[in-house]
Design a binder for this molecule. Structure first.
Ligand code: C5J
Length: 219
């Protein structure tokens, strides 16, 4: 079985029961001119993840392994957006890439480089966590999933929330430091430390080249 050099300890996974989860790699978070940048954020802190993630996805697909993508967003009538989230502003307003985080809008979709292939599930989620109000748990069950390799943005928000939800549901999560991003370097560092702290309280942390090397060694 592939074994990855990880913190706090090596992470071994069975390719038959491991899914690559790609969280919210959406234009509105990643691209200059999008929602993220309109809030004053440095989007280069997120866009640096695109290249390593596309290399990882290619290696994963080369072995016909499952990838699940998520997108954070809401129905056009905002009926699935809690008042507290709406009150913060932005959601549903007109941005440079269409209505912000509204399903079907250009900005809500995944960046060109990481577009899902036909047959790869895309989970539209209204919350930060990918399990909340979605059928992710059922899809993972169908794949016979035990472990998740987690990537995407942002590290301390949707990645963390999803890893915590997954950990409570019994999945072992390996988070890839070079394939997750935060607008805030300090949150990136601490967010990753929190995952692997206390003997891996939420999961494991490694880099994508270690996963690719482990995959290739077991061929
Ligand atoms: C945020 C996310 N940061 N995908 N969403 O609002 O992390």
């Amino acid at each position: 079985m592939p074994t990855v050099d990880a913190k706090p300890a090596p992470f071994t996974f069975d390719t038959d029961s491991t899914v690559l989860l790609v969280i919210d790699m959406q234009r509105d978070f990643l691209l200059p001119g999008g929602f993220g940048e309109s809030l004053g954020n440095d989007v280069s802190q997120l866009s640096r993840t695109i290249e390593p993630l596309s290399v990882l996805m290619a290696a994963w697909r080369a072995q016909n392994l499952p990838i699940i993508h998520t997108r954070e967003g809401h129905e056009p009538d905002l009926s699935d957006c809690p008042p507290s989230k709406l009150a913060r502003g932005g959601i549903g307003e007109q941005g440079s890439f269409g209505r912000i985080l509204i399903r079907g809008e250009y900005g809500h979709d995944i960046v060109d480089e990481l577009q899902p292939l036909p047959g790869e599930p895309v989970i539209d989620k209204p919350g930060k966590g990918a399990f909340y109000a979605t059928d992710l748990a059922d899809i993972l069950d169908k794949f016979g999933t035990k472990k998740l390799i987690v990537t995407g943005v942002t590290t301390e928000v949707c990645v963390h929330t999803t890893v915590r939800e997954a950990n409570d549901r019994g999945y072992d999560c390996l988070v890839l430091a070079d394939c997750v991003g935060s607008y805030f370097p300090e949150f990136q560092r601490v967010g990753l430390e929190m995952i692997a702290a206390q003997g891996g309280i939420f999961g494991w942390v490694a880099d994508s080249p270690a996963v690719i090397a482990a995959l290739q060694e077991q061929k």
